[in-house]
Design a protein around this ligand. Sequence first.
Ligand SMILES: *Cc1c(COP(=O)(O)O)cnc(C)c1O
Length: 411
Amino acid sequence: MLENQLLKIAQDFGSPVYVYDAEKIESQYKRLTNAFKNVKHLKINYAVKALSNISILKFFNSLGSGIDTVSIQEVQLGLAAGFSPEQIIFTPNGVSLTEIEEAAALGVKINIDNLSILEQFGAKHPKTPVCIRINPHVMAGGNANISVGHIDSKFGISIHQIPHILRIVENTKMTINGIHMHTGSDILDIEVFLYASEILFETAKQFKNLDFIDFGSGFKVPYKPGDIETNIEELGEKLTKKFNNFCKEYGKDLTLAFEPGKFLVSESGSFLTKVNAIKQTTSTVFAQVDSGFNHLIRPMFYGSHHEISNISNPKGRERFYTVVGYICETDTFGNNRRINEINEGDILCFKNAGAYCFSMASNYNSRFRPAEVLWYNNEAHLIRKRETFDDIINNQIEVDFSSKKQKELVK
Ligand SMILES: *Cc1c(COP(=O)(O)O)cnc(C)c1O
């Protein structure tokens, strides 16, 4: 999208506002499917939690994508967006047996990552096939918060516990229809991924009724110039070869599935904020915007880098700024950034704001969550209204402290 198109959206819809470029989402989807074009049955299940607006989900539906969901509410959202149950896989962690049963009753694919739940589910519903989430204990990336393959991770069933899975399957007569892994949010090295895939194939051989193997996600996208990015084309070539060989050996053309979030939507998003004030201290020039970690928490939560540019003054002389928010908390978006000269009232654009940005927003400081706009067919479509005071007060219940009983309680 062009800077003047973004600027116009900030003028028309106000700030702060999230903007998503549908064309970018589509091109990422096609890049991925194209990289695996030599796999007979490929399924991309978009990870809803990255960006869960219903219009985004409908757009993925129109592309032919399925969805990966982690809560019963995401399942319901997917159904509301028009996905058929077979297009939805439920991949939760740490949820109750009841929630898994609710999802199964809706007819969606079930992925279980816990031996206790597997045994209970299998005993009660032996006719409902399930997929199992395996932890191959492969470390992808360096950040402990986003590497979920290590030995003490809460995600997945350890490969060392396969004998226990097999015993549960035999005892309950349940069917395992898929093997899944999701090693984390940062694949730095294709070789690490391919190594994990070998472990998955070894595991898969032990289950006779598989329909699919799900390789999860963790594809890396660049957040700043010079960042490494997962080479999807190279991964496609190498994994396709391994997968097709495996299918031959297994005796059936299985479906190869992925469930990317970040790869599909991160780069499509821009977050537009307005500069409320410039504040100079002894060492720093702060640009304070009309947002905070209530709207975009990744920089503070994960230390993530989001490029920030001044789209109101793109030709201005470059100066150094520390970009912070307006909530009563240290909320630094970017430290000591080189940005075109900023004046109060300018619109700053945060890049890579598609994944885990709006979906992690809150009402902290009793602020409204931002509006969302989808740029589609060269037109801006409002896909979520900015919240209003009603949204803040709606579920709150006021106690009448003037009544006698309450007065006694307060005493
Ligand atoms: C979050 C999640 C994903 C998506 O991860 P990205 O890094 O955004 O691609 C995929 N699968 C599962 C099970 C997840 O929880």
